[in-house]
Design a protein around this ligand. Structure first.
Ligand code: B3K
Ligand code: ZN
Length: 858
């Protein structure tokens, strides 16, 4: 396998100041004629060969400076031409078959339209080009095609000319901003738009369009509101103004990921565009707002300043995730948003960081770049930049980002450029902090509170775990916000920010006559795992009193995690277990009745720690035991607090539907309460859930009720499932929910259900949303995936093998769940490894799957 290394980066030998593309569109066949103006790079080594990357394409003709040439040759998939002078024009013709492109990279057909996906290396599936992000070019795109099939023709920038000739029409688009090829986009199809305008801070009017298939336009309102809010927020918060007169978003139903930030023409998975109360949950609404913001924010963090090479991916992704997180926090509840983001980090990124695929946020090598669009690069990347912001404070951080944008506008930059700009602009010394870019692994911090002579001393120790290829680690600077609470008053004298930058350090605070209660890593100021040497009593105290919402949630989680871990380990006698369960139940009760809490936050406090996060706390985990103990606790709480949960469910069921926080909080609690009740007294709860389902006037309540019913072996289950299917006939996104609810359920027969659903007429491997709705929901369902028989592992391995030739990028996403084998008890571990070996032994694997499987076994 070819390994690409960061240290091997060399500047391009040739630049492409101008690119003109001409498309003759057809779903069966599309012809692409490209004209590249190329110029020798003064920073290159003087090599006369230009390398034009290709992938699965052939050149029908090549000419240089107008002369049909034979001075070119192929080197594997790439086309090489030797050029003598300093400037030339290269013309190449390729022919594509979009309808046969099941990989959904390059130009492909989706639901009757044509669209593109080029990041990271899809442009080379369209035409031969130096397909690397440090080659920025000015694009002009002409396209023509049958008007009936493709009434709307879009590309980046502005439409400068258009016309028609019989049944054929054409349009020419020009993008004034030079960009790398991965930001190129083209869309052709029958689309309708929700049109609006936005006036920028300097008074320019921008036309906004959200393009969807006819019939979907009534579900674009929330996306449009989110877009306008993003544009305004980026002006106010980061001083960033939009830079074209037109901003287009297109929703497509076949898409490998969430969305793509192509310059002036974002392409979105329909699931991050379409919403109305009847078909989208509150979580869907939030996700749309977040992703619309994310892609829009890329216009500056990604497009105006792009990446020099793909090792710098976190430069745009980590920063843009932080920007979208701050945006969503400002649009809703900051505390709840922070908790949600940490939950994602812990359940998706921590396992990655402690497993065979661990890599630094700026990786050192890769075989297939698509495998590096990870929770580490995105979410941990965001946390790393957030730490800089915490240390500098928001105002100085803003001075840093201003300097970054000013210094590197129009450039392809590196993570080092970003750090340097923050250092210079915000006035921070980030020397040692750079280790966060190069070292993988979640730092483990031990915290202990010592008390003597009026002094409270916080003793901290850190270790950075060994990760693949990194046997030795250095201590990193870890910014920790902390507070010391007085027991009597329940108050503290102010928050402190300490930075632990050695293996261990003491931080002393005077004026504590009595031993205070330590609250640490408040607001989750650092993406580390803190093990705090404290009593359950103190945790109960913080769970009830901490004035930092995150810390309060954290105390509650710690209490539950601590209890579950010792119970799972078998270290608890009957009596001890009851005592600990009592403590948990008291903490939950105090959350239920605390009048200072809003319902959204109350809902957070009621969520039990994820099984994946519990598994992270153990060197070797027994998924069966984790599941049994966690569900056991839920059932116990459901019985113990049955009346409380019923009262709660009754109370929130009275709240009418609205998009406001109170109404959303009520819906969150409704389903949370049902979950506990269903665990405690299934039959009674089934009735209640069926009632919630029947009375629901929105998707959040309906899906919540159906989720609970799906986990129960009761007659109401099948009835509700059948109703749901019928009610939403023809709505692909809701049908995805129908698949996902069954595959992710607590029902004992999930394996059988998934097998049946895979043969359902509506199931197809051709649509990534559908594949994920069935199989990702299943792979993330611990009880089912980790079935002792190993059948869950086999199903996922079978899927990977079947999907790989169709869509390798999506197939590779299913490998990491199997890659956890080293941290699982021996019987399951062998079965998991066995499946990985079976995949590895299969010929003709894609580079994507091969890399993930080999590393997972390695
Ligand atoms: N930049 C794209 C991700 C592209 C993934 C390619 N495999 C979406 C985003 O992060 O905004
Ligand atoms: Zn992004």
């Amino acid at each position: 396998p070819t390994v690409i290394r960061r240290e091997d980066y060399r500047p391009p030998e040739w630049l492409v100041p101008e690119t003109a593309l001409d498309f003759s569109l057809g779903a069966g066949e599309t012809t692409v004629r490209s004209m590249l103006k190329v110029a020798r790079n003064p920073d290159g080594s003087g090599d006369k060969t230009i390398r034009l990357n290709g992938d699965g394409i052939e050149a029908r003709s090549v000419s240089v400076d107008g002369k049909p040439g034979n001075g070119w040759r192929m080197d594997g998939p790439d086309l090489l031409i030797d050029l003598d002078g300093d400037e030339h024009e290269i013309a190449i013709e390729t022919v594509l078959k979009p309808a046969q492109n099941s990989q959904l990279m390059g130009l492909y057909a989706s639901n009757g339209m044509l669209c593109t996906q080029c990041e990271a290396q899809g442009f080379r599936r369209i035409t031969f080009f130096p397909d690397r992000p440090d080659v920025l070019s000015s694009f002009t795109v002409r396209m023509e095609g049958p008007k009936d099939a493709f009434p709307v023709l879009l590309s980046n920038g502005n439409c400068v000319k258009e016309g028609e000739d019989g049944g054929t029409h054409w349009a020419e688009w020009h993008d004034p901003w030079p960009k790398p090829s991965y930001l190129f986009a083209l869309v052709a199809g029958e689309l309708v738009s929700n049109h609006d305008t936005f006036t920028t801070m300097s008074g320019r009017k921008v036309d906004l369009n959200i393009w969807v298939r006819p019939g979907d336009e009534d579900r674009t309102g929330h996306a449009m509101e989110s877009l306008k809010a993003s544009m305004k927020w980026d002006e106010e918060t980061f001083g960033r103004e939009y830079d074209l007169d037109l901003f287009n978003i297109v929703a497509v139903s076949d898409f490998n990921m969430g969305a793509m930030e192509n310059k002036g023409l974002n392409i979105f998975n329909t699931r991050y565009v379409l919403a109305d109360p009847e078909t989208a949950t509150d979580a869907d609404y939030d996700a749309i707002e977040g992703v619309i913001g994310h892609e829009y924010f890329h216009n500056w963090s990604g497009n105006r300043v792009t990446c020099r090479d793909w090792f710098q991916l976190s430069l745009k992704e980590g920063f843009t995730v932080l920007r979208d997180q701050l945006f969503s926090a400002d649009m809703g509840s900051e505390a709840v948003k922070r908790i949600e983001d940490v939950r994602i980090l812990r359940s998706a990124q921590y396992p990655e960081d402690s497993g065979p695929l661990a890599h630094p946020i700026r990786p050192d090598s890769y075989e297939e770049i698509s495998n590096f669009y990870t929770a580490t690069v995105y979410n941990k990347g965001a946390e790393v930049i957030r730490m800089m912001r915490t240390m500098a404070g928001p105002e100085r951080f803003r001075e840093g980002t201003d300097l970054y944008f000013e210094r590197h506008d129009g450039e392809a930059a590196t993570c080092e450029d970003f750090v340097k700009a923050i250092e210079d602009g915000a006035g921070l010394d980030l020397g040692q902090f750079r280790l966060w870019y190069s070292q993988a692994g979640t730092p483990q911090v031990k915290a202990k509170l010592l008390h003597e002579n009026g002094f409270a001393t916080v003793r901290l120790e850190q270790t950075v775990p060994v990760t693949p290829g990194q046997p030795e680690k250095q201590p990193m600077p870890i910014p920790l916000k902390l507070a010391l609470f007085e027991r009597e008053t329940g108050k503290h004298k102010g928050e402190a920010l300490v930075v632990l930058d050695k293996e261990s350090a003491d931080f002393s605070f005077k004026g504590h006559e009595r031993r205070p209660v330590l609250s640490i890593n408040r607001g989750f100021s650092a993406p580390v795992a803190v093990e705090i040497d404290t009593t359950s009593e103190d945790l109960v105290f913080l769970a009830a009193k901490d004035d930092d919402a995150f810390a309060r949630y954290e105390a509650m989680q710690s209490l539950v995690v601590r209890h579950l871990i010792s119970a799972i380990g078998g270290g608890l006698g009957e009596r001890e277990r009851d005592l600990e369960r009592d403590a948990v139940s008291q903490a939950i009760e105090s959350a239920l009745f605390d009048e200072d809490l809003d319902d959204l936050m109350r809902g957070e406090l009621m969520i039990l720690p994820a099984e994946a996060y519990l598994a992270e706390q153990m060197l070797v985990a027994d998924p069966g035991a984790i599941h049994a103990e966690r569900e056991g606790l839920r059932a116990w709480l459901g019985e113990e607090l049955q009346e409380d949960f019923e009262d709660l469910h009754d109370r929130v069921s009275e709240v009418p539907y609205g998009r406001d926080a109170a109404s959303r909080g009520a819906r969150k609690l409704k389903t949370q309460a049902l979950l506990y009740l269903a665990a405690g007294a299934p039959e009674e709860a089934a009735e209640r859930a069926a009632r919630q389902y029947a009375l629901a006037d929105n998707m959040t309540d309906r899906q919540g009720a159906l989720m609970v019913l799906c986990g129960l072996d009761v007659p109401e289950r099948d009835k509700a499932l059948a109703d749901f299917r019928k009610r939403y006939e023809g709505n692909a996104l809701v049908l995805d929910k129908w698949f996902a609810l069954q595959a992710g359920s607590l029902h004992p027969d999930v394996l059988e259900h998934v097998r049946e659903l895979a043969g359902h007429p509506d199931f197809t491997l051709g649509n990534p949303n559908r594949v994920r709705s069935l199989y990702m929901a299943f792979a993330m369902n611990p009880a089912a995936f980790h079935a002792e028989s190993g059948e869950g592992y086999r199903m996922i391995a079978d899927l990977i093998l079947k999907l790989d030739p169709i869509n390798s990028q999506t197939a590779a996403r299913f490998v990491p769940p199997l890659g956890r084998w080293r941290r699982i008890e021996p019987v399951r571990s062998d079965l998991m490894r066995g499946e990985l070996e079976r995949i590895a032994a299969t010929p003709h694997l894609s580079r994507d799957v091969r890399e993930q499987v080999t590393k997972s076994l390695g």
